[in-house]
Design a protein around this ligand. Structure first.
Ligand SMILES: *[C@@H]1O[C@H](CO)[C@@H](O)[C@H](O)[C@H]1NC(C)=O
Ligand SMILES: *[C@@H]1O[C@H](CO)[C@@H](O)[C@H](O)[C@H]1NC(C)=O
Ligand SMILES: *[C@@H]1O[C@H](CO)[C@@H](O)[C@H](O)[C@H]1NC(C)=O
Ligand SMILES: *[C@@H]1O[C@H](CO)[C@@H](O)[C@H](O)[C@H]1NC(C)=O
Ligand SMILES: *[C@@H]1O[C@H](CO)[C@@H](O)[C@H](O)[C@H]1NC(C)=O
Length: 446
C-alpha cells in the first residue's frame, strides 16, 4: 500500500529549497493579507454592498443559515430537533438556530466509539496508538456547540437513512483521513467490502451490503485537471501542471452517481505549480527561475472554487454537496521542514488558538467563494449546498495530530533521534471523528 499520505509530499525532502521557500512565501502572503485587511474583515469575510442591502435583509436569515451551516427549525419541537432543552432566554434571543461550528471542547469520559483494535481500516500513518502514542487524554473530549449538542455518530441511524444511497468524498489526504474515520464509525454496524481501488489505493470504493450503501473516496487534491509529477516519496521530476479552467474528470465523470458529495481542497495550492488556461500556459506559482508571470494562490484557488460551484449549479443532477473548510496544522517550535513539533496533550480553550495567517487566508477564500455561490443562486430552491465548516473546531485541537506517531515507534532508537512530526493529519480515533459527527447532524436534522 502506498505510503504517500501527505498533501505536502516534500515533507520528506529536507533539502527541497523551492518548497521551503514556497511555504515561507505562503506564510508571507498570509501576513501581508493580514496587514491589508483588518481582523474583522478576516473573521467576517461575507461581502455586503449597499445595493444588496434590501435583498439581504429579506433573505439574511436563510442565507446565513446556508452559509454558516446553521440549522432550520422546520416547525418541530426545538428540544427534539436540536437535542438540547430550551430555556426561556434562548427562546427570546436565538429561538431556532444552532451554529454547529462555534463552541468548545468539553471533557468526555466515555471516549471514542472505536479503537485501534476494533477498526481494521485505520491506515498506519494515522494509527497513533499502534505507533506508540501513550498519552490518551486527547481521546476524551467532545465538541459542544454553544447552543446545542452534537451526539456521537450513530452508525445504525446513518446506514438506515442511507440505504440505497451513494456517497463520495473528494479531495486530498485530509479527506482520506476523514473517510477512514467514517468507515471506522460505520464498521461497528457493518464491515464494508472494498469493491474498487486504483493502483496506489488513493481512490477507493466500499460497499455496505446489508444497506446497499456505497462510499467512494476520490483522490483529486486540486479538484482540477492536473499533471502531478511526484512519486510516492514526494520527489518531483517536474513542476505540477494545472489546468485552471478544467475540473478533474476523475470526480466529475462520476458525479451523476452520487447522492452526497463531500469536497475539500486547498493544501496543494501552496505548492509550486505551472498554470494553464484554455490549454495555454498562463503563469506559474512561485517559479522564480522560469521567468513566468506569477499566479497567486488566491487567484488560482478562487478560480477553482468558482468553477466548482458553477459545475454544481449547472449540473442537472443535484446531490447534497458539502464543502469542508480548510484544515489547520499546528506546528510549533519550527515549521514542518525545520523541526516543528506538536506535543500538546490538551485542546485549546476557546480563544486560545485561532490559526495562523495562512489558515485564515485560505479559509477566507473558501468562505467568500461559498457565499458568492449561494448568493448568486438568488433563491434557496434547489440549493443543496452546505458548508461543513470544521475549521474552528479543528483549530482548537493541537493535541490531536499524529505528530511523531505517523511512523511505527518513532522513538525506539532513543528520545534524541531526530523525528519528523506530522502536525497536519489527525490520529484515529480522535478529533477528526467529530467532523463526521457534525456532518451527520448537518444532514440528518434537515
Ligand atoms: C492498540 O493500542 C494499544 C495501546 O493503546 C496496543 O497495546 C495494542 O497493541 C494496539 N493494537 C493494535 C491492533 O494495534
Ligand atoms: C453501488 O455500486 C455498485 C457498483 O459497485 C452499483 O452497481 C450500485 O448501483 C451502487 N449503488 C448505489 C446505491 O449507488
Ligand atoms: C432499496 O432498494 C431495494 C431494492 O431495489 C428495495 O427493495 C428497498 O425498498 C430500497 N430501500 C429504500 C429505503 O429505498
Ligand atoms: C523574461 O520574459 C520577458 C518577457 O516575457 C523577457 O522580456 C525577458 O527577457 C525574460 N527574461 C529572461 C531572463 O529570460
Ligand atoms: C514541547 O516541546 C517543547 C520543545 O522541546 C518543550 O519546551 C515543551 O515543554 C514541550 N511540551 C510538552 C507539553 O511536552
Amino acid at each position: 500500500m502506498t505510503t504517500d499520505w501527505e498533501p505536502w509530499p516534500a515533507l520528506q525532502r529536507k533539502s527541497n529549497h523551492v518548497v521551503v521557500k514556497l511555504l515561507v512565501l505562503a506564510i508571507l502572503a498570509g501576513l501581508s493579507f493580514r496587514l491589508l485587511f483588518s481582523r474583522s474583515d478576516v473573521l467576517h469575510p461575507v461581502p455586503v454592498s449597499p445595493a444588496d442591502e434590501a435583498e439581504r435583509e429579506a433573505s439574511a436569515e436563510s442565507m446565513a443559515a446556508d452559509v454558516l451551516g446553521l440549522e432550520d427549525d422546520d416547525g418541530g419541537s426545538l428540544s427534539t430537533n436540536l437535542g438540547f432543552s430550551v430555556d426561556e432566554e434562548q427562546v427570546v434571543s436565538k429561538p431556532d438556530r444552532c451554529d454547529l461550528f462555534t463552541g468548545q471542547w468539553i471533557p468526555n469520559p466515555s471516549g471514542p466509539t472505536y479503537t485501534n483494535e476494533s477498526c481494521r481500516f485505520i491506515e498506519p500513518p494515522q494509527n497513533c496508538m499502534k505507533n506508540g502514542r501513550h498519552d490518551t487524554g486527547y481521546l476524551f473530549w467532545r465538541w459542544k456547540p454553544h447552543d446545542c449538542d452534537v451526539s456521537p455518530f450513530n452508525a445504525k441511524r446513518f446506514l438506515d437513512t442511507m440505504q440505497n444511497k451513494s456517497w463520495a468524498l473528494v479531495g486530498d489526504s485530509i479527506v482520506r483521513n476523514q473517510a477512514q474515520s467514517l468507515i471506522c464509525l460505520l464498521s461497528k454496524v457493518e464491515e464494508p467490502v472494498e469493491v474498487y481501488h486504483d493502483e496506489q489505493y488513493k481512490s477507493r470504493k466500499w460497499h455496505f451490503p446489508s444497506y446497499s450503501f456505497n462510499l467512494s473516496l476520490i483522490w483529486s487534491p486540486f479538484l482540477i485537471k492536473a499533471a502531478i509529477f511526484e512519486n510516492d516519496e514526494g520527489e518531483s521530476k517536474s513542476v505540477n501542471r494545472l489546468h485552471l479552467d478544467t475540473l478533474d474528470q476523475k470526480w466529475t465523470s462520476q458525479y451523476k452517481s452520487f447522492d452526497y458529495v463531500v469536497i475539500s481542497s486547498g493544501q496543494w495550492f501552496l505548492k509550486t505549480a505551472i498554470y494553464m488556461e484554455n490549454n495555454k500556459l498562463v503563469g506559474c506559482h512561485y517559479c522564480p527561475k522560469l521567468n513566468l508571470s506569477e499566479i497567486s494562490i488566491e487567484y488560482a484557488y478562487n478560480k477553482v472554487l468558482n468553477s466548482l460551484y458553477r459545475f454544481i449549479k449547472t449540473s442537472e443532477h443535484k446531490p447534497i454537496v458539502m464543502y469542508r473548510t480548510w484544515t489547520p496544522d499546528h506546528f510549533e517550535y519550527g515549521e514542518w521542514f525545520s523541526g516543528g513539533l506538536c506535543n500538546r496533550t490538551e485542546p485549546y480553550k476557546a480563544g486560545e488558538g485561532s490559526g495562523r495567517d495562512v489558515d485564515n487566508f485560505m479559509r477566507t477564500i473558501e468562505l467568500n467563494a461559498f457565499t458568492r455561490a449561494v448568493a448568486a443562486e438568488g433563491t434557496r430552491n434547489g440549493i443543496r449546498l452546505k458548508l461543513l465548516d470544521t475549521y474552528q473546531l479543528s483549530v482548537l485541537r493541537p493535541d490531536a495530530h499524529t505528530g511523531p506517531y505517523r511512523t511505527f515507534h518513532p522513538f525506539e532508537h532513543g528520545k534524541n533521534v531526530k523525528v519528523q512530526y506530522d502536525c497536519l493529519h489527525w490520529c484515529l480515533p480522535g478529533a477528526i471523528d467529530t467532523w463526521n459527527d457534525v456532518m451527520m447532524k448537518l444532514i440528518m436534522d434537515e
